[in-house]
Design a protein. Structure first.
Length: 170
């Protein structure tokens, strides 16, 4: 997918040139907590992680830009071209509450319809206790499908229920 813009929101493929932004984003307190981590990432270890992701090409990672400024990231992977899974969105605290997440998610859905025509469904796991993410996804046509799972997350040191939210693309 190439750069694309709607209402001041651009989505551009992430590269290693974006790593310092990705590291700063992943180091923000909200990103650490909602991502399920107990602490900020280690620079070199996260860098190796992203080098592996970009080299493998199995995940699509897009930078969300708001009026030209890096504001967040969307990441997903496609299974057999039909299901977009491991879907996540992370918006910098600097842009929180400004509609950037919803606009980025909506724009990404448009791009998937255009560039991933075989994709029929998008799947995201959302923490049961994360109403902000639930609102963003609900506003873009996602709904919980009744499935959930518990995971032990380092951020809580306790099992957390993750709900499966889906959206058909056809």
């Amino acid at each position: 997918m190439n750069a694309s813009s709607t209402h001041g929101i651009d989505l551009v493929p992430a590269t290693m040139e974006d790593f310092d932004f990705l590291f700063a984003l992943k180091s923000q307190p909200d990103s650490i907590y909602w991502g399920g981590f107990s602490a900020a990432p280690q620079y070199e270890s996260l860098k190796k992680h992203y080098e592996g992701i970009f080299a493998a090409g199995e995940r699509k990672t897009l930078i969300i830009r708001s009026n030209g400024r890096r504001a967040g990231v969307i990441s997903c992977r496609f299974v057999d071209g039909k299901v977009c899974t491991d879907y996540s969105i992370n918006v910098s605290s600097e842009f929180a509450g400004q509609g950037v997440g919803r606009a980025g998610l909506a724009r990404h859905l448009e791009l998937m319809r255009e560039h991933e025509p075989a994709c029929q469904e998008v799947v995201a796991l959302i923490r049961e206790d994360n109403p902000r993410s639930q609102r963003i996804f609900a506003n873009c046509g996602y709904a919980p499908n009744g499935q959930s799972e518990e995971r032990l997350l380092a951020s809580d040191d306790a099992p957390i229920r993750l709900q499966t939210w889906t959206r058909a693309l056809s």
